[in-house]
Design a protein around this ligand. Structure first.
Ligand code: H79
Length: 700
């Protein structure tokens, strides 16, 4: 491990900058299609994901019959784009004839592929089938495909060939929701085709048959599912579909929308054994990135629409798009940027212009994107950082300067590694005079070239000795924020080269404050803990804080009788909060020995209330984790322990409470609007980890 020396001025004499590694088009080979077991080792998983992680930047293409209306219906601007069937409530009989008008005479797959390639994109994800059910390839399993159009050509086949020729990876978006396939359920409310004969499992078989065709003919490297949120598609269906496509192509990468574990538009996969190789934030970028090892890809439109709409001219400027790419790369994610070609097969001019401008930047700077991984800094006031490991064990930092710093230097806060001899340089001009790097305490300070104006993003390169060690706030490790008699605290920092000082009275720690680096601390009174790192006598990183509260346990109640199980009641109505059904008479009722939604019937627009007692096995602090779709609320005694109320998709919240050993009045309210429903309650407590509440603890 490199030990930082103080105030070291790096004399940057004649040490010329080494040339950056060439942008090898594919640093990792696509994995072979030789069968590997579904249960893969971490190494096998990394090998399967490698090309995708290194790519960082891809093109999304939304194209289908909806490009013909282009958002207009009956002379009106609807804004519906690819959702027009749903947003205008068009009957399939009125939508499906668009097939007879589909004749994109300007479709030129090589042109599309070159636009993507020149923008620095490594892969293309195109809609083999969107929610309208129309298929962009000649499918044996439906007539609602490109073969039945005046155009007649195999769009996916031609695009696949162009991709192959240019080294671009072809991937397919495939919708689970299907508004026109006769077996798909539920039907739209205005779709009066008889649903009696519809068979959802036959629809699932249809989908599998089509995916088999797609894998056999076009070898997509990613299958990008969507439209998984309607109640008909279950977790079991998702698991089975993931396993199916990985069995027919063990190398394929599958997004998390194949299963039901996606957390709304934030798109990440919640815990609980859901399938999917990467998370899919839609139109948003996670504020702080993700823990190392979590794969994710933000998909985003350039204007406001996925499918073509001539009147949507709200295109984001190139600078914004490019900085989003850099922001995403600095957080360890991929950027899937969308284009909606028109009914003739042309990309909008605005999209072409922006991709070309991004390409100009990438031509010079792609080394700072492709094959890099996330920043080692949580916040840089001048821009972003991406990183690469060098073969000699050192690490290369790419410093993306977005904004003109107030002075002519940029600061890397809290980095203990020393720079390698030759210092920093501009990625655009590696041969120009090196930039001076100075150590200022725990920071490195780089002098910018005189008169530099950053523009979209000026990239500096700095190689450091070994993997980055960056000191931020120390972590304060404590079991729970409330305690009964006493609590034990531990502090830790990323390096032994820093000291940790702490206070318990809410004042900012100073060099003379208590030393947190000498083992666990026991506290017996409520405290506001603050801790900070010091390097060679100076504070470094921000102050960590934790409020710890000493509490009395909630008294247990005495009941004369207690029988096993909770009582439940269901209530019918279109509720928007758990308070809405308080006065509504139960529709059905029963007794449950586990908390779940197995009661029948269980329609849409309903609510469930569980009441009874919870038996705490010991006096101590308990945590309850409540995951529901839609809203829910847990009350113990008079205390709302978890408030997860409101109309929302699957969302987990948790809360803590101290309980005396024995019985406590328990009430769990839940309601479901339409779509998916889910309710999961788990607890942890003295000497046991988070788990479902066992039947023995549920009484009435
Ligand atoms: O293909 C593009 C859009 O047509 C499609 N996804 C992108 C990639 C899309 N479909 N719907 N939406 C985008 C917005 C839908 C959001 C909701 Fe939901 C579906 C709200 C409730 C159900 C997703 C699942 C967000 C919360 C739960």
């Amino acid at each position: 491990m490199p030990i930082a020396c103080s105030l070291l001025i790096h004399a940057l004499l004649s040490a010329g900058a080494v040339p950056p590694p060439e942008d090898s088009w594919w640093p990792s080979e696509l994995p072979s299609r030789v069968a590997t077991p579904l249960a893969e080792s971490p190494d096998q998983h990394d090998a399967r994901m490698a090309w995708w992680r290194e790519s960082r930047f891809g093109l999304f293409i939304h194209w289908g019959l909806y490009a013909i209306p282009g958002g207009y219906w009956e002379g009106r601007r609807t804004g519906g784009a690819e959702w027009i069937l749903n947003s205008v409530k068009i009957h399939p009989d009125d939508y499906m004839p668009l097939q007879q008008q589909f004749d994109p005479v300007d479709f030129d797959p090589m042109k599309w592929v070159m636009i993507a390639k020149n923008a620095g994109m490594k892969y293309i994800v195109i809609t083999s089938k969107h929610h309208d059910g129309f298929c962009l390839w000649p499918s044996e399993l439906t007539d609602f495909d490109v073969e039945g159009t005046p155009f007649g050509r195999d769009i996916l086949g031609e695009l696949a060939e162009a991709c192959r020729n240019e080294g671009i990876v072809l991937c397919l978006y495939h919708s689970i929701m299907d508004w026109t396939q006769p077996d798909y359920l539920p039907r739209r409310a205005w779709d009066d085709r008889p649903a009696d004969g519809a068979d959802y499992q036959r629809y699932v078989a249809y989908m599998k048959g089509q995916l088999q065709e797609l894998v056999d003919r076009y070898q997509p490297a990613v299958l990008w599912f969507d439209g998984e949120w309607e109640g008909t598609w279950t977790h079991e269906d998702g698991q089975a579909m993931y396993d199916f496509v990985r069995t027919i192509d063990p190398a394929v990468i599958v997004n998390n929308r194949v299963d039901t574990g996606r957390t709304g538009m934030a798109g990440l996969t919640r815990s609980g054994g859901y399938r999917g190789d990467f998370g899919t934030p839609e139109q948003e970028i996670p504020a702080t990135g993700m823990p190392f090892g979590v794969d994710w890809e933000t998909c985003m439109t350039m204007n406001r629409s996925w499918g073509y709409q001539s009147f949507d001219v709200a295109f984001k400027p190139t600078q914004e798009l490019l900085r989003k790419l850099v922001d995403i790369a600095s957080k360890g994610g991929n950027f899937l940027l969308n284009v909606g070609p028109d009914e003739r097969g042309r990309f909008p001019e605005e999209s072409i212009d922006r991709l070309a401008a991004i390409g100009d930047w990438m031509q010079v700077n792609n080394e700072s994107i492709h094959g890099t991984f996330a920043s080692c800094f949580t916040d840089l006031d001048w821009g972003r950082c991406t990183r690469r490991n060098l073969p000699d064990g050192n690490q290369r930092l790419y410093l993306h300067v977005f904004d003109s710093p107030a002075s002519d230097v940029i600061r890397l806060p809290g980095i203990l590694n020393d720079p390698v001899e030759r210092g920093a340089y501009l990625l655009a001009t590696p041969g120009a005079g090196p930039l001076a790097v100075e150590r200022a305490g725990a920071d490195l300070v780089i002098r910018l070239p005189e008169g530099m104006s950053p523009g979209i993003d000026t990239v500096l390169v700095l190689d450091i000795e070994g993997p980055a060690i960056v000191v931020e706030a120390p972590s304060i490790d404590v079991t729970e924020p409330i305690f009964l008699e006493s609590a034990t605290l531990n502090f830790s920092a990323v390096s032994d080269d820093v000291e940790i000082r702490y206070t318990l009275d809410g004042t900012t720690p100073e060099l003379g404050s208590a030393n947190g680096g000498i083992g666990p601390i026991e506290i017996r009174r409520s405290a506001t803990v603050m801790a900070r790192c010091f390097f060679e006598g100076s504070p470094v990183g921000s102050v960590a804080t934790a409020a710890l509260r000493r509490v009395e346990p909630l008294r247990a109640v005495q009941t004369l009788t207690s029988r096993p199980g909770l009582r439940w009641t269901t209530h019918l109505g279109a509720f928007e909060t758990v308070a809405d059904f308080a006065d509504i008479k139960p529709a059905t009722e029963g007794v449950a020995t586990s908390i779940d939604l197995s009661m029948q019937p269980r329609p849409e627009n309903f609510a469930v209330r569980f009441t009874g007692f919870l038996e705490a096995p010991q006096t101590g602090v308990y945590r309850f984790s409540l995951d529901s779709d839609d809203g829910s609320r847990l009350k113990i005694g008079d205390v709302v322990v978890v408030d997860n109320d409101g109309l929302h998709s699957a969302l987990e919240k948790s809360g803590v409470i101290a309980l005396e050993k024995g019985l406590h009045p328990f009430r769990l309210d839940y309601f479901e609007g339409t779509g998916q429903d889910d309710l999961i309650l788990k607890w942890s407590g003295p000497n046991f980890e988070l788990q479902p509440i066992p039947a023995e603890a549920l009484k009435r």
